[in-house]
Design a protein around this ligand. Structure first.
Ligand SMILES: [Zn+2]
Length: 237
């Protein structure tokens, strides 16, 4: 599902070469543009052309690194799936709005048509041409809009379903991103508390050493440290 949607939006923007690029970027991050060119058997300029087209719409993003020896930049590309789907949603919404406007005008205005040329014209056009077709000279007939209205409603329904599908996929990506971030946050938190514990143990060991130097039994020293810790906790409170 998501795969097909991505192919649609990428193909709409950059054509066939873009879909080939998508296949490479789909499962990898920060892909070297020279590698993409090599894999697709294209020149670097051909590949860059496609990459720039996609990045103009922010469907892919890049980081660049300078080659210190040669002095030029190499770009590394990453697919932005969420942005792709959001862009696709916008496009379908535009199409839906166009259909909706057509529907409204068919529902509220009169249209005429030429049976020979199979062409519809607005009432204003028909009126200004004396209800005669400019192409063939036939007389315009009043159009029955009901079939077209039915069709437009079906098309609009279809667009709405497509939008819903895309929205579901966007939701899925958002949830996965959130989960990933949570896992990362937890890992950082765990690492931090581990480091804190380590520092605490180090301080404790140092104190023990110091007190030992001054003399005293192990038990007494431990008691002393505990007392100090308690005071600290009280202070914090
Ligand atoms: Zn005609």
């Amino acid at each position: 599902m998501q795969q097909k949607l991505l192919e649609t939006v990428i193909g709409n923007v950059g054509g066939k070469p873009a879909v080939e690029v998508l296949k490479i970027l789909e499962n990898a991050k920060n892909v070297n543009e020279f590698l993409i060119a090599k894999k697709l058997g294209l020149t670097i300029n051909q590949v860059r052309n496609t990459l720039y087209q996609l990045s103009n719409h922010r469907l892919i993003t890049f980081i660049r690194k300078k080659d210190n020896k040669k002095g030029w930049y190499t770009y590394y590309w990453t697919l932005n799936k969420k942005r792709c789907l959001e862009f696709l949603k916008q496009e379908i919404e535009k199409e839906k709005n166009e259909l909706f406007n057509k529907l409204k005008s068919r529902e509220t205005k009169r249209f005429y048509f030429c049976r020979t040329c199979v062409v519809d014209v607005s009432e204003e056009t028909a009126l200004s041409h004396d209800f005669t077709c400019q192409e063939c000279g036939d007389v315009y007939e009043l159009k029955d809009n009901s079939t077209m209205i039915k069709e437009l409603k079906i098309f609009i329904d279809r667009k709405e379903r497509q939008i819903k599908n895309v929205e579901d996929e966007i939701k899925l990506i958002t949830e996965i991103d959130l989960k990933k971030r949570n896992i990362k946050d937890k890992r950082i938190k765990k690492q931090k508390s581990k480091e804190k514990r380590k520092r605490y143990e180090e301080r404790k060991a140092e104190k023990m050493k110091l007190l030992k130097k001054k003399g005293g039994s192990k038990k007494k020293i431990k008691k002393k440290i505990k007392k100090k810790d308690k005071k600290k906790i009280k202070k914090k409170k």
